[in-house]
Design a protein around this ligand. Structure first.
Ligand SMILES: [Zn+2]
Length: 508
């Protein structure tokens, strides 16, 4: 089964409640990952959404990683028990996603019963494989990172490079996962299937880590009560990797069904694509595949590490190609299409150009080059602008006769183009696309039922009545681009082509 599967759960997101503030700082990447990712002011939907348009099975998951010492500490500081604290924070997230118009299929809380059941089953499988052992661990520990640090990565006074706070010496006995046993298997995996990690420069990064030697890692904590108890030792709780990462699997379970690893797997594991932020690549491209191998589970076909939204892309969508075309149609054709779009575009090469760009956009989506996909769709808008300026239907209508008939056809051509743009951009800008679509006289339900194949020329029929023209958007700025696209950008830069990211311009 082909399943696009994306999402990750960031434990650092649940620490505080000032999510709305922090969302400015870290977050676009977070939003990117799990949801239908959108651009233009709010959030970006990723190409899994385009995949859904292709009628492939897609599951968008998000959630909150709710266990661990620092969460217990935050709860205490706010005078609540950890469960109450997590309830509040996870509710805030749900509200935030609703505010941002981000949709998801599953919201996983790692304190959910079904998640704990999956974690238990998974742990037991790995234990049976002989890959879990107990050992003392002593080192410098960053409470905020919740991990032991190598001394060589620390700053002056043993400060954590992330939190700039001193790490504390700590010693405890923990359970360890024998990652080192999987060194060879992981090397083999990446040699056999270099697409396992994409894009390719991230593959190099991962291969570098593996080559430098894999160390077993701790998977339990003795001093942390707020967590899932280790199945064979209730004095310890399971530490993040054997907890949060399993959210990808427990998300497959439906509410109310018997919770267990096998039941979840039966829903269609593995994912064909696992989409993650680049900062968590080590855990998803090294730890996670080794853990899956140990548990006897299949690996995703590919792990795609996207970058952060550090670049600003300014896409100015000047709201008037659609608006002025509808205005002309209202004035001259009573807001009604006089021709089918197929008849209107008969022998017009414009249609072919649009179709080629739509194909190109689809290829970019398939390759997760979302910025390129978006730019390609915007090119269609530019074509539309050029076309209407060249044909000048406003003066043709004045001439009457054949000229007026030609002008009426040209309006249909532009509106059909806008219809296609609306669909092709819908993985990125669902609300905008809906507004365009309803302006074209369609109902919301028709928009929801759209598939990628509806980008084929010919959707608008004679007799269709357009809605009252009104601007569908204002100027939108501060758009963003992911690392996946940054890669495309750097390619363009190498080719000596100045990237137009600061001026993706389309009129609608
Ligand atoms: Zn730290």
């Amino acid at each position: 089964m082909l399943r696009w599967f994306c999402g990750h759960i960031r434990r650092d997101r649940i620490r505080n409640e000032d999510i709305r503030d922090r969302i400015e700082v870290a977050p676009m990447e977070e939003k990117l990952v799990q949801h239908r990712l959108r651009w233009f002011g709010h959030v970006q939907r990723r190409s899994p959404e385009a995949s859904r348009l292709l009628e492939k099975k897609v599951l968008f998951i998000t959630g909150t990683d709710e266990h661990g010492e620092k969460i217990a500490t935050s709860a205490e500081a706010s005078g609540r028990n950890p469960k109450e604290h997590c309830d509040t924070v996870s509710t805030s997230y749900k509200m935030l996603w609703a505010d941002l118009d981000i949709e998801y299929d599953k919201f996983i809380r790692t304190t959910d019963h079904k998640h704990e059941a999956v974690v238990n089953d998974f742990y037991s499988r790995v234990l049976d494989s002989g890959d879990i052992y107990r050992a003392d661990y002593e080192g410098l520990y960053c409470v905020s990172c919740e991990e032991y640090k190598d001394e060589k990565e620390l700053l002056e006074n043993n400060c954590c490079p992330v939190h700039l706070k001193p790490c504390v010496p700590r010693k405890e006995d923990n359970y360890f996962f024998a990652l080192s046993k999987y060194q060879h298997k992981l090397e083999e995996l990446l040699t056999r299937n270099p697409d396992f990690v994409r894009p390719s420069h991230r593959l190099n990064e991962v291969q570098g880590w593996i080559k430098s030697g894999l160390r077993d890692f701790s998977i339990s904590r003795a001093s942390v009560e707020w967590g899932i108890p280790v199945p064979n030792d209730t004095k310890q709780t399971i530490y993040v990797w054997f907890d949060a990462l399993l959210g990808y699997i427990s998300a497959l379970l439906d509410d109310g069904e018997k919770a267990g690893l096998q039941q979840a797997i039966d829903h269609g594991w593995p994912a064909s694509l696992h989409l993650i932020g680049k900062d968590i690549l080590r855990f998803h491209a090294v730890y996670w595949p080794a853990m899956l191998m140990s548990a006897g589970l299949s690996l995703p076909d590919s792990v795609f590490g996207h970058g952060f939204l550090t670049k600003v892309i300014l896409l100015i969508l000047k709201g008037n190609l659609l608006n002025r075309t509808l205005g002309l149609l209202k004035k001259n054709c009573n807001s009604t299409l006089a021709f089918d779009s197929i008849a209107a575009a008969d022998a017009v090469s414009f249609r072919e150009n649009v179709e080629n760009l739509v194909d190109k956009a689809m290829q970019h989506y398939a390759n997760l080059l979302l910025s390129s996909a978006c730019e390609t769709v915007l090119e269609i808008g530019n074509l539309g602008n050029l076309y209407i300026d060249e044909k000048a239907p406003w003066s043709c209508f004045k001439q009457g006769g054949d000229s007026a008939e030609k002008a009426a056809k040209d309006l249909v051509i532009i509106l059909e183009t806008m219809r296609i743009i609306a669909i092709a951009l819908s993985p990125i800008t669902p609300s905008l696309s809906l507004r365009i679509y309803t302006q074209l006289g369609f109902a919301e339900d028709q928009f929801k039922g759209l598939r990628w194949e509806d980008t084929k020329w010919g959707g608008l029929k004679a007799g269709q009545v357009m809605a009252e023209p009104k601007p569908v958007f204002a100027r939108i700025e501060n758009e963003t681009v992911t690392g996946a696209e940054a890669e495309a950008g750097s390619k363009a830069a190498k080719g000596g082509k100045k990237r137009t990211r600061s001026k993706g311009l389309v009129e609608a």
